[in-house]
Design a binder for this molecule. Sequence first.
Ligand code: BES
Ligand code: MN
Ligand code: ZN
Length: 499
Amino acid sequence: MDFRIKNIDFTQDFKQQPSGCFVLGVTESRTLSGTARAVDSATGGAIGRILESGDFKGELEQILLLHQVPGIAADRVLLVGFGRENECNGVRYRNTVLKAFEALHRTGAEDCAVFLPEIKTPDRTHHWQARQVVEAARYTGYRSDRLQSKKNSLKLKEVLIDIPDDQDPALFDAMMHQGIAIADGVEFARELGDLPGNVCTPTYLADRAKTLAKDRKSVTVKVLEKVDMEKLGMGALLAVARGSREPAKLITIEYKGGGENDKPVVLVGKGITFDSGGISLKPGAAMDEMKFDMCGAASVLGALHAAVALSLPINIVGIVPATENLPGGNAVKPGDIVTTLSGQTVEILNTDAEGRLILCDALTYAKRFDPEIVIDIATLTGACRIALGAHAAGLLSNHEPMVTELLRAGNGSIDRVWPLPLWEEYQDQLKSNFADIANIGGRYGGVITAACFLSRFADDYHWAHLDIAGVSAFSGKKKGATGRPVALLTQYLIDRSAA
Ligand code: BES
Ligand code: MN
Ligand code: ZN
């Protein structure tokens, strides 16, 4: 899908502007936006009459597709409702634009002209709106048909985005490129997430990571094998891998966009390519969805993909511990005690709390990159899904400014996070009678005790943990990976690059 930005001149080329579809915004006062008004007069009032008929009121997310509208060179017109004037905030804007493109992808239109970055959103700029248009067009165009015989080839090939008269085209151009980079990163992550466990193995993840380095001087990828991890002493990660016949990998991707001595941002992504629970076996219902347990890893790769595309002037390191979590004669058992890379011993009371076991060794490994900050991203707890649902990822951090920055980046990208406390009182729940620490903290506050466990390995740097168990994939009819939080991470990296 190609994107172009243009200020379409109503008096000149507007009537002759051929297009598969004009996408026009309408607010509930039934007043037409600037462009919609111009289209209305070109059509001899056809659009105004539809509003008068009461068929379309411009309510939030309301969509109406019109064919053969007279007087214009567009095959279709898609009316998009943004609700009451001045009440359309960024979140409503984004959701509405997603609805619009869902509808547009169902038509046969091969190109379209979008006149939406002109809606009033008090909390957002028009160029922000243009980025959302790009992201939404791509997001709704994604189909997880890689393993289906019949491909759903996308009809929409070109999206022309109109920019309002008084706006700086350079800003829109920059935002369009951000939108494309984010969309590519999101798609990269969704593809990986949607692939089944028998295809998307730790080895496959390592191979996909290597493609990021291909033909690029600024990116290097290194993959540690079991023997390397044994030498280092990654006892926790290797304990999880014991039940699986797929070899575990520790993947490191280094992107050097900044100065030689700039400390990197380190992103650590949970890469459990299938989580059966291990000996603490999960119930059968919806167990297939545990192929999504590598979505943290996928988001790290997706964000790096975007950062590289935007040539961000910072250094970034991605670390992905990758393994399956399966039962077997050689699998780790409840009660087993392992020694982590940090030297701390862990009593594994539940083999299904495996994410923290692979992450703790990766967090210790992160130290060798002398990080400015570390963020780990993990489908870590069902408890987070219960607490925050599908709208916000859980955010826990040992450094208050990171909370503020990540909240802001989440808001900016509408890939939102919400903070939970990491108070030391919770640490008591991790006491073990036999080892330094237990890997589970009991029934209450599961998101927090999981983060408390990780915090024991993140003492030496500023660190934040994102629990994405609720946001990384949909279940049910819309089952599939969301690509979250690639947009958030990319926004955060963009913000840091600007600072
Ligand atoms: N991968 C799961 C968490 C998860 C659950 C992600 C649902 C997405 C949807 C994780 O490894 C896990 O099993 N966590 C356990 C922890 C418990 C044993 C302390 C959980 O949440 O039940
Ligand atoms: Mn688990
Ligand atoms: Zn898991």
